[in-house]
Design a protein around this ligand. Structure first.
Ligand SMILES: Cc1cc2nc3c(=O)[nH]c(=O)nc-3n(C[C@H](O)[C@H](O)[C@H](O)COP(=O)(O)O)c2cc1C
Length: 331
């Protein structure tokens, strides 16, 4: 049983990865429907929160049906991180996560995200400052190291555990790798098998099917897996993995109705949360994913991404539901 503080996550929890501009409440809602056991918000700048930047504040929106939910922050300054931890605590999430893995230049240059991977002492100080500033359980998400010569995750895990983090998610790549190559889980397994480590270790990187999740579970012994890209437009990945773990059998792919229902829920959530205009616009990049695998879908997709009218989108989706009903969905 994996536990973070007093939060029980079940035997082999599936975590939804924090993803900027993706892991927002409308997307999280469809992932939760399909079995995500623990979800994280997209990362939030500690400096932005302190400046009261609207965009950062909006990312703090969490809802009771999402629990357990973690809010993720990043920053390169102890005081700013501690202060933002207190702001976050006031919004009452279940977990506070620190991002030490983001490879994006604008973040790394400020000494935050994966930039901290070059300076473990700083990483430990930043984490310590956050743990001391809040009563929330603090977790960390990071990468193997900065580059091939500094794959220091084993030392990092021990030292972060020593200052009080309660779980660690490891993306099996270095900063220099960005998203290239395959994630290397062997070092993640080493961290997990270190007898000094007693906090849950979650593996992350490239999980995109039930078979892979189970293979990695068995081979690397992690306490759970975190899934990012494979859930975009395919939240069913969570239920498929769960079912496969439980029964050893593969679920059939989602039906057309399920695809349309998820799409519609995501759209309505987006409009509610972001406002109609922005909600409709930002939903455009999701249709292709939700409808992936359906043949002759191009015309529908074009219509969905060119109208600004929510009513028209709804009627296109309904038309799709009716006209497509008899056709098979290939995954
Ligand atoms: C669009 C996108 C945005 C991301 N934003 C974040 C973020 O805000 N915080 C973070 O810790 N990782 C972020 N990541 C990294 C993911 O959480 C995850 O570590 C990475 O995608 C590898 O997992 P996957 O192979 O399952 O996608 C992002 C990844 C993607 C693709």
């Amino acid at each position: 049983m994996a536990k973070i503080g007093t939060i029980e996550l079940g035997d082999f929890p599936l975590l939804l990865a924090p993803m900027e501009d993706v892991s927002d409440p409308p997307f999280r809602a469809v992932c939760k429907d399909n079995g995500a056991d623990l979800m994280y918000t997209e990362f939030i700048s500690s400096e932005g929160l302190i400046r009261d930047a609207m965009k950062s504040r909006q990312k703090l929106d969490i809802f009771d049906y999402e629990r357990p939910i973690g809010i993720q922050i990043f920053g390169g300054d102890e005081e700013a991180l501690a202060m933002s931890a207190r702001i976050i605590e006031a919004t009452n999430p279940d977990i506070l996560d620190i991002n030490f893995g983001c490879p994006v230049k604008k973040v790394v240059c400020k000494g935050a995200g994966a930039g901290v991977l070059k300076d473990i002492d700083l990483m430990v100080r930043l984490t310590d400052a956050v743990v001391k500033a809040t009563k929330l359980p603090v977790t960390v998400k990071t990468r193997l190291g900065w580059d091939d010569d500094t794959r220091n995750i084993e030392e990092v895990a021990e030292r972060l555990q020593d200052v009080g983090i309660q779980a660690l998610s490891i993306h099996g790549r270095t900063r220099v790798q960005m998203y290239k190559g395959d994630a290397d889980w062997s070092l993640i397994a080493k961290v997990k098998n270190n007898p000094r480590i007693h906090i849950p270790i979650f593996g992350n990187g490239d999980i995109d099917s039930p078979q892979k999740a189970v293979e990695y579970k068995n081979r690397y012994g992690v306490d759970g897996v975190m899934i990012g890209r494979a859930a975009i437009g395919y939240p069913w990945v969570f239920r498929e993995i769960k079912h496969y773990i439980k029964t050893g059998e593969l679920l059939p792919p989602p039906t057309l109705n399920e695809r349309i229902d998820a799409c519609r829920k995501h759209l309505l959530g987006s409009m509610q949360w972001k406002g109609q205009k922005l909600g409709v616009l930002e939903m455009r990049r999701h249709y292709a994913n939700y409808l992936k695998g359906l043949s002759h879908i191009k015309e529908y997709r074009m219509r969905l991404v060119t109208t600004e009218s929510p009513d028209e989108i709804e009627s296109i989706l309904e038309e799709l539901r009716t006209n497509y009903q008899p056709q098979a969905v290939s995954a």
